[in-house]
Each structure stands twice: as C-alpha cells, then as structure tokens.
Design a protein around this ligand. Structure first.
Ligand code: UDX
Length: 454
C-alpha cells in the first residue's frame, strides 16, 4: 500500500520505518527542512535503539520530503503524527494538527484515502479533524468532498527505548472510525503485524511464542479514549506503588518484595510496579492533564487521576527531603545526579524528574553536578542554564560529592567501578531513585545506600 506519514518525531518515524520495513511505500513529510536533509542523508535525527538500522533496511521504500504534494495525492493512508504539546490549560495545543490537516486536504487526489490521527489528541478530535479536512477540501477543490476520504483513529502504545519492538510486536492494535471502509483499509495495512507473517529484522527478534495480535476495531471516540485510559492507568499504577512504598518505609517492609508479591496476582500484573522517583516523559503527564481537561468540560472530577498526578509530583520533592534527613543541611553541599533522561535508552528529557530535582537542589543552595551517558548533548541544547552543571566525565560527579542521586537506571551506571569512586566522595552516600543498584555490594564497598523509603 502507499502510506504517507506527516511528522517525523518518535511516533511518526517509528511508524514510517516499521511500515516501510513491511514493504509499504512510505513518504514522510516534515516541515523542518534540516531534519528532512538529515533523513535523506540516511541519518536518524533521534536516539531510539535499532531505528537507524530499520531505516537503512527499509530505505528503498522510504521517501523524505517537506512537500505535501509528494506524499499525499497517491496515499491510501495518511498518518498525522505531529506534535501536540501541552498548553497551560492542560489541553494539548492542536495548532500543528490543524495546519497538517489543512495541508493534507489540499492535496487529497485519490479515490479514497484514510486520514489517521496518530498524534495523541483529545477525545472528539477525530470529528474535529474531519471538519477541518472537509472545509479545507471544499475551499481548495471548489466542491464538497463526496466519500474521497474518511478519518480514523489509531492510537500508538509505543514506549521510547523499545518503540520498534512495541510497533512490530504490539499487545494489540486499536483502530477507530465511523466508516467501515477506513477500518478495512487499516486492517489490510496492519495484516502482516496482526498475523505476524513478516520475517523479523535480525536485531529485533519476535518474542517467543507470539503468533497473532488482537485487533480492537471500534468507533472514533472509543479508540481515542482507550489511549487516555491506558496511559492514565499506567501512570496511576506507578503512583500507587510509590504511595505503598511510603508505607513500606514506615513499617520496615521491603517495597521490592511487596511489589513482587502483589504483582504476581495476574489481576494486578508485575509490570509498572517499580517504585522510585516517579514517572516523566512526554505522555503520562500530558495525557493525564488532557484527560482531566476533557472531563472538566463535562463537569466530571477525576479524583483518581488527579491523585496519581499529585503523588507523582510530590516524589520529586521527596528526593530533596530524603537528602535533608541524611545531610541535615543542603546549602553548600555538592550533590551529583546520575541520569537526566526520563528513562533509560532514550535521550528524551521531556518532564524528566531529574530536571525538577536539579532545580529544587539549586533552590536550596546545593552545588550540583549532572551526568547522562546519552542525553548530554540534547540537555545542552534544551536546558542551557542547567547545562553549566553538566559534565561528560562520571568521575567529576563523584569527586568530593556529599551525595549522589541515581535518577535514570542506565545500565552504564550499574556497571560503574563503584569501588574506585567511593574514596573520592566526601561522604559516600547514594540515593538510588530507581532501585537499580546492588544494595549489598555498595554497602560492602563502604557506601551508605538509600532509596526513597529506606
Ligand atoms: C508511555 C507508555 O508506556 C506508552 O504505552 C505510551 O504510548 C507512551 O507513554 P514512555 O513514556 O515511552 O511510554 O515510557 P514508559 O516506559 O511508560 O515510562 C514512563 C515513565 O514511568 C518513565 O519515567 C519511567 O521511568 C517511569 N516508570 C515506569 C516508573 O517509575 N516505574 C515503573 O514501574 C515503570
């Protein structure tokens, strides 16, 4: 099939690379000419494991352009995967989505094109995009559309760091639309993934035992709400275990064992029960805010989602409280932060807990040293003020430090020569914000090992 993807961020590029790998001729449109040049030169502009490989392997099925006229007219499916950043109101900013939809409408020429909302958009946006397409189509073509296109929703559930495996081997594919033909086209597009009939890329093997992927084919609003309901649930699962971790700390229980013993109940499940400094990233904060903003429009309070957000926000401040308990005075202390990305295997810094923690420590008068093995360059570009505290050498983080906070569980940090670093610290105190280090070994090496609750 012929596919067009508008927007080459994490979602757009992962979708395009995966569909091209499956043999669909895919055109990617981005208005950022520099990004398009980078992609045309065969280089991947974002850090995502295996994405460069897959773009190389699928190169013969991929075209990159800034021009809607190159990709839209022939496309069977157009994915709109532009950014929808959060506004102060909690609602996403839909300006890019509107202008992308207008540009798509101007270039629609085929007999039937499915226009898919791949960006995470508020519930009801399918109708909104449909209205924009219709208006722009009529304005440009001089007549109202008559079955030339239909809007569908196809939310993504990919996680940064494992985006390609999540796309090729998903738990489910959700498609939503009020037009059966559009759902049939998407069903056909995804058939190789639904049947798992493709030969996996060597670097991204198929999980053992996986044979078919469930398809949820539904109406527009349900597909849109599934995305929010899933992300809000994951966010509150993490906040829940962090709330229980606070109780565990008081009663002397081991939260890792509590999480394991709780998660083995299949009704609960073991995943997303890792306690620590809480969630960040581009989705959970934004999506829970957007869900609340939508519910507000209907005068519906969402106390559970609100509590999940509050608990998560408080975790960041608790890091400083934890250090205060131990050091008593923060002013003038040298504190290192290992890890700036919101999670490992990505250079994404959006809503990263490490950034809030760094600012809170500076507000308290601490001297800070920051390190990340992958996200440092991006940090310099996106956080120029904090970047003056950044170092490329992990030794600098330890040197004369009063405490180290592990904010991102990079494997790089697990494998550090911890024995070498202990004597270089003023006081060898480690606050493991991700429960990722070997507590016994660090204690043997002379560190005082802390978590958020112990
Ligand atoms: C998330 C959803 O998982 C994905 O389905 C959706 O499409 C986009 O949002 P992502 O933001 O890439 O994906 O990261 P995820 O792996 O979900 O982690 C989010 C945050 O939660 C990270 O900061 C991570 O460190 C934190 N986390 C995750 C925990 O603190 N504890 C856990 O048990 C799991």
């Amino acid at each position: 099939m012929k596919v067009c993807v508008v927007g080459t961020g994490y979602v757009g590029l992962t979708t395009a690379a995966s569909l091209a790998f499956l043999g669909h001729d895919t055109t990617c449109i981005d208005l950022d000419a520099q990004k398009v040049d980078t992609l045309r030169a065969g280089r991947c502009p974002i850090y995502e494991p295996h994405l460069q490989d897959l773009l190389d392997q699928a190169a013969s099925h991929l075209t990159f352009t800034t021009d809607y006229a190159t990709g839209v007219p022939d496309a069977d499916v157009v994915f709109i995967a532009v950014q929808t950043p959060q506004l102060d109101s909690g609602n996403p900013d839909l300006r890019h989505l509107r202008s992308a939809a207008e540009s798509v409408a101007r270039h629609l020429r085929g007999d039937f094109t499915v226009v898919v909302n791949k960006s995470t958009v508020p519930i009801g946006s399918g109708n909104w995009v449909d209205a924009i397409l219709r208006e722009a189509y009529a304005r440009h073509h001089g007549h109202r559309p008559d079955g030339q296109f239909a809007v569908a929703s196809n939310p993504e559930f990919l996680r940064e760091g494992t985006a390609l495996a999540d796309t090729l081997y998903p738990d489910r594919i959700v498609i939503g639309g009020d037009n059966q033909q559009s759902l049939d086209v998407l069903h056909q597009l995804y058939r190789p993934i639904l049947n798992q009939s493709f030969t996996p890329p060597t670097a991204i093997p198929r999980p053992a035992g996986m044979s078919a992927v469930p398809l949820v084919s539904t109406d527009l609003a349900s597909a849109e709400l599934i995305k929010y309901a899933a992300n809000a649930f994951l966010a509150l699962k993490i906040s829940y275990i962090n709330e229980i971790a606070a109780v565990a700390g008081k009663v002397g229980a081991d939260i890792r064992e509590v999480a394991r013993g709780t998660g083995l109940d299949p009704r609960i499940g073991p995943r997303f029960l890792n306690p620590g400094i809480g969630w960040g990233g581009s989705c959970f904060g934004k999506d829970t805010a957007a869900l609340k903003a939508t519910a507000d429009e209907y005068h519906l309070p969402l106390p559970i989602v609100t509590a999940a957000r509050d608990v998560n926000h408080r975790q960041r401040g608790k890091v400083v409280d934890r250090l205060l308990d131990e050091l008593h005075i923060i002013k003038g202390r040298k504190i290192g932060i290992l890890g700036l990305a919101f999670k490992p295997n990505t250079d994404d810094l959006r809503d990263s807990p490490a950034i809030d923690i760094a600012n809170l420590l500076l507000d308290r008068g601490a001297r800070i040293t920051l390190h990340d093995p992958i996200a440092a360059d991006r940090f310099r570009r996106e956080q120029p003020t904090l970047a003056e505290h950044l170092t490329d050498h992990v030794d600098d983080v330890f040197d004369d430090a009063d405490a180290i906070i592990v904010a991102t569980e990079w494997s790089h940090y697990r494998d550090l020569d911890w024995a070498k670093h202990a004597p270089t610290m003023r006081s060898p105190l480690i606050l493991d914000g991700r429960h990722c280090l070997n507590a016994n070994r660090l204690t043997e090496l002379g560190y005082r090992y802390l978590t958020m609750t112990t």
